[in-house]
Design a binder for this molecule. Structure first.
Ligand code: ASP
Length: 430
């Protein structure tokens, strides 16, 4: 089978493996001479990787806005949006609660902070996050254009939903505008498929840089922490979500996970659930069969408020830091950590490393030393990538469960292994 006939996920996978091998060779085989940094990791691959992420990010705001206006204006009864919203937020909170509890439990049992070595990373990047009250106040934009310019997801969602509801109440004018948004949505989705075709070269560049720059010596110092975070992420992604999906919707989780592979790989290589929104949306709609009326709302919202992978890292990191400094946490402190982690993630955009920023706020609030973050900063990139894949899978799982419960899931699409693969002749998207 030639490269051209491979499915998109196979191409992305090949790109990841070859990027990693070449990156590792540059670091360990050639010992990273200056020209590698100047021409490759800081040159051509840096440019391609950055442009690839910019292309994805470029689509996020127009796609979320247009798709949500289309979705809301297509609801026969806008009050269903309230029900969908409640179910979605409820499930997002529950999954994050499970994630952080699992993580704290693992941290208490396996004690990753005992025997860890201090690392030398500097802490300059950490600033604390917005307060929860401020997040609530900022949900309604004073200026929707500035919310869009800044990519603030929750205010964009609020404005788009209100506009969509107004469209449904505007008679003939509303019908015309709804038609325009629906056409524009199709065009933007087409743009998403164009950008997805660039994934193999973009992913190759990003992973090559990772292989060439990751400092594996740092890994040994906090090996227990890394293994524990990865293990709990895997348990959450491969056991908790599939169980929820089959219990709450009766759907086959293997089919679901298979279809989610490209979105997971995008999330892994970009470490940003925000930048992955276009791909997650495309996947849940075209491959899994969720109606745009549900996904246009739940996916951007999930990329902002639902970060289970991040909560797992934060739970384990909190236990790790407490153990490292020899601080005993009480049960009430543990409970406070659970609540704080859930609340802190709301309103924080899914961008690389944001989990550490949130963690700083949590640590400060429970009286643990923020400097502890320096211990894990150096190894965070790989964990960031992995937890982002879990974050995105969580958004898609809840979206699918809600869609099924609302009769907004096309089972024919879900069961068709080839659905959404019609890109162009001979080309597949799975
Ligand atoms: N990078 C993560 C995301 O975009 C957030 C984080 O954990 O830092 O979902």
């Amino acid at each position: 089978m030639s490269y051209g006939n491979l499915s998109l996920s196979a191409k992305i996978f090949l790109a990841m493996v070859s990027g990693l091998i070449i990156g590792l060779f540059l670091q360990y085989g050639l010992e990273s001479p200056d020209w590698v940094n100047t021409w490759l990791t800081g040159g051509i691959f840096f440019v391609i990787g950055k442009i690839f992420i910019s292309l994805l990010k470029m689509l996020v705001v127009p796609l979320v806005f247009v798709s949500l206006v289309t979705g809301t204006s297509a609801l026969a009864d806008p009050s269903t949006l309230g029900r969908i919203g409640l179910k979605t937020i409820g499930l997002y909170l529950i999954t994050t609660g499970i994630a952080v509890s699992l993580a704290l439990f693992a941290a208490v049992i396996f004690q990753p902070g005992i025997g860890a070595e201090p690392a030398a990373a500097a802490l300059k990047e950490i600033t604390t996050n917005k307060s929860f009250v401020q997040v609530l106040v900022d949900i309604v934009p004073t200026n929707p254009v500035s919310a869009m310019a800044n990519g603030d997801m929750l205010p964009i969602i609020v404005f788009a939903v209100m506009l969509g509801i107004a469209i449904t109440h505007s008679g003939k004018a509303g019908v015309r505008i709804a038609g325009f948004f629906s056409d524009l949505n199709d065009v933007i989705m087409k743009l998403v498929t164009f950008v997805m075709k660039m994934a193999p070269i973009g992913v190759f560049s990003l992973i090559l840089i990772l292989g060439a720059t990751l400092d594996f010596a740092e890994f040994a110092k906090v090996a227990k922490y890394i293994v524990l975070v990865l293990a709990v992420l895997l348990i959450h992604g491969l056991i908790v979500y599939p169980t929820m999906l089959s219990l709450l919707s009766g759907l086959n989780p293997i089919t679901f996970l298979k279809k989610m592979r490209p979105a997971m790989m995008f999330a892994f290589s970009t470490a940003s659930s925000n930048a992955t929104i276009p791909v997650t949306m495309e996947t849940v709609e075209k491959r899994i069969g969720v109606n745009n009326r549900v996904s246009s709302f739940t996916i951007p919202m999930g990329a902002t408020i639902n970060m289970d992978g991040t909560a797992i890292m934060q739970g384990i990191a909190t236990g790790f830091i407490a153990q490292f400094y020899g601080i005993d946490l009480s049960l009430s402190q543990y409970l406070m950590i659970v609540v704080m982690i859930i609340m802190a993630s709301i309103g924080t955009a899914g961008v690389p490393s944001v989990g550490l920023v949130i963690l700083a706020g949590v640590l400060a609030n429970v009286g643990l030393p923020i400097e502890g973050i320096a211990l894990i900063l150096g190894v965070d990139r790989l964990l960031d990538m992995t937890r982002t894949a879990v974050n995105v899978t969580g958004d898609a799982t809840v979206t699918t469960i809600v869609a099924k419960s609302e009769n907004e899931l096309d089972l024919e699409i879900f069961h068709d292994p080839k659905a959404g693969m019609k890109f162009e002749k001979g080309e597949a998207t799975h």
